[in-house]
Design a protein around this ligand. Structure first.
Ligand code: NAG
Ligand code: NAG
Ligand code: NAG
Ligand code: NAG
Ligand code: NAG
Ligand code: NAG
Length: 552
């Protein structure tokens, strides 16, 4: 308690001295529309000291007389401010470290700007169309440049060739449609933070070497850029990257190969994409990965065995809000010794194998509320995990019918079935071109483990790989049937054990066209494939977009 008293005394003293510091400087000539006082200034980088600085905050000003010792200047919202006068005055001031001109109706950065003391420049919400080398040349010590929500269309790689002090570059929500400029210069090799979210790329693929000159980068934000694919070498050179944000793009699979080039990555955000499935080593055994966010994938049905294999630092996985997700492989999280949270709420998951959580020594929480739980014998183990009252109340059975809306904790272990269920891990209807192989993932639950057999509408039965090969198909141990030369018809997966059987059928329609758009659906009503299917669809045949073919 003595220590506590002592430390609170220290806190009191330091708070008191800050108050003094604030009072200490009040600019005597502070214009009425301004607020001039000491404020806490957070340095752009750890190398610069965070401190209390003389700050002039003047909103909606036209003219302003800036005192000689000004340090932080904020003219946000001053759309009529006289820029030529400001440029002239800035050149005379030696102490300004921070200048903010948000919403000042700037349409260009005159080349006359000059300040050797400036560390941070904020130009958000203006009408800038370009940023050139000459426009930033006057700020040789600049560490943080923020130009969000402008209308920047293009950046030359020469722009940043002398910007070797730049640590943070935030260009979110502009009209930049290419990233060519990033690797055309060595000038950005000190950059630690790059924000490019909301710029829609014209060629929506990240190609090899895009970030190859950004060796110091730690945070990379690429959300909402329309990215459809990431090539294997796209992240080459990002040896120090810790945070990668790919939220809100159009990725259909995890860029496993590209992730291999990010040895230090800790936080990966891939929420709001179009990922269809996770499989063996999707995250490439990344040693430092702590958190993976994969929520809101409208097409994600399946998280297969070893998807999160051997991720030694992984602590949390967010998979909630995936409306089609119905299966997590029992070995999905093998060798993840630090994993403490798996969030699976609001998905289609009705069963989860006990093995998913066994072998996870650090697991503290597995979120299951909002799921259509099938209260059968596979799920009885989960009762032991529902410890707090909210969890006990929220995990409710959707089936079998007699337990509908009962809480899982109220279901009697001796009164449940162990018969198989077949999960909706493949759609009920598919329309595909004859050039493409069809992959049907059948996944089941049941105790003992059900045996999977595929029945075809031709009358053929596929029980094992030998039989599959005879029909130019392959069948693996997990129940996936790959049809190399698809034929129209029904394909039914049947799961059977000594307690019963279950099945699920997909109707496959094969069209003889290379331009057909693939359709996967669970709707049973007829699909109108004409006219929408006969369109040239780059979404399907992404190779049509390859640079060597049609781009440029
Ligand atoms: C913004 O600048 C443009 C010219 O660049 C001018 O026409 C417009 O009136 C200005 N808007 C305001 C609110 O001052
Ligand atoms: C910019 O860099 C080039 C070489 O990259 C150099 O020749 C030039 O002097 C530099 N300009 C300034 C203003 O530092
Ligand atoms: C630089 O990036 C472009 C695409 O933006 C790529 O084509 C090129 O190969 C990259 N260059 C290097 C040296 O990585
Ligand atoms: C891109 O990089 C990957 C990984 O290094 C490599 O396998 C691939 O061949 C490269 N592709 C091109 C077009 O250079
Ligand atoms: C495949 O199944 C058929 C029919 O049950 C059986 O005759 C055959 O021996 C099996 N082949 C293998 C390799 O298991
Ligand atoms: C995609 O288009 C290219 C070029 O037209 C063609 O060569 C390729 O076979 C197509 N791929 C598929 C899977 O249809």
């Amino acid at each position: 308690t003595l220590d506590m008293k002592f430390s609170s005394l220290v806190t009191l003293i330091s708070v008191f001295s800050f108050v003094l510091a604030q009072e200490e400087w009040l600019n005597p000539s502070c214009p009425q529309i301004c607020d001039c006082r000491m404020t806490e200034w957070v340095a752009p980088t750890p190398e610069v000291v965070t401190s209390w600085r003389k700050t002039e905050q003047c909103r909606n000003v036209k003219d302003v007389s800036i005192p000689d010792d000004a340090e932080v200047l904020n003219f946000d919202g001053s759309s009529r401010i006289k820029i030529p006068q400001l440029v002239q005055r800035m050149a005379e001031l030696n102490n300004v470290v921070d200048l903010s001109l948000t919403s000042c109706n700037l349409s260009s950065l005159d080349s006359g700007w000059k300040s050797t003391s400036l560390l941070r420049l904020n130009l958000n919400e203006n009408a800038l169309t370009e940023v050139s080398e000459s426009s930033i040349r006057g700020f040789p010590n600049l560490e943080e440049l923020t130009i969000e929500r402008n209308i920047l269309k293009h950046i030359e790689s020469s722009t940043f060739r002398n910007a070797s002090n730049l640590k943070s570059l935030q260009l979110d929500s502009n009209l930049l449609d290419s990233l060519d400029w990033l690797n055309g210069t060595d000038g950005l090799n000190g950059l630690t933070k790059l924000f490019l979210g909301g710029n829609r790329l014209k060629y929506p693929i990240l190609v090899n070497g895009t970030f190859s000159k950004l060796a110091s980068l730690r945070d990379l934000v690429l959300d909402g850029m329309g990215i459809r694919r990431i090539k294997g070498g796209a992240f080459k050179g990002l040896e120090l990257l810790e945070t990668l944000d790919l939220d809100g793009n159009a990725l259909q699979s995890i860029p496993s190969e590209a992730l291999r080039f990010l040895p230090k990555l800790k936080f990966l955000n891939m929420n709001d994409n179009l990922i269809k499935q996770l499989g063996d080593k999707s995250f490439s055994e990344m040693r430092n990965l702590v958190s993976i966010e994969l929520t809101n994938q409208p097409e994600l049905r399946l998280v297969d065995d070893r998807s999160f294999f051997n991720l030694k630092s992984l602590e949390r996985v967010l998979l909630f809000g995936n409306p089609m997700l119905s299966y997590i492989g029992k070995n999905a999280f093998v060798s993840c010794p630090e994993l403490s949270l798996i969030d699976l709420h609001d998905t289609m998951i009705e069963s989860l194998d006990k093995d998913v959580v066994d072998g996870l020594p650090s697991l503290v929480s597995i979120e299951m509320k909002g799921n259509p739980i099938n209260c059968n014998c596979v799920m009885m183990w989960l009762k032991d995990w529902l410890v707090d009252q909210t969890a006990r109340d929220k995990v409710v059975c959707a089936s079998p019918p007699r337990y509908r809306l009962s809480r899982l904790v109220d279901v009697n272990d001796n009164d449940v079935t162990c018969a198989p269920t077949v999960q909706p891990t493949f759609p009920l209807r598919m329309v595909v071109p004859d050039t493409q192989q069809v992959v049907l993932n059948c996944r089941t639950f049941g105790i003992p483990q059900p045996k999977i057999v595929w029945f075809l509408s031709s009358g053929d039965i596929i029980r094992n790989q030998t039989e599959a090969q005879r029909h130019q198909m392959s069948l693996d141990g997990s129940g996936t049937l790959t049809i190399l030369k698809p034929k129209s018809g029904d394909y039914a997966c049947t799961a059977e054990n000594n307690r019963g059987m279950a099945s699920r059928k997909v109707s496959v329609q094969v069209l003889h066209s290379t331009t057909v758009k693939v359709i996967y659906t669970d709707k049973v009503e007829p699909i109108s494939v004409f006219p929408s299917w006969e369109v040239e669809s780059p979404e399907y045949n992404i190779s049509l977009l390859e640079p060597q073919q049609t781009y440029k």
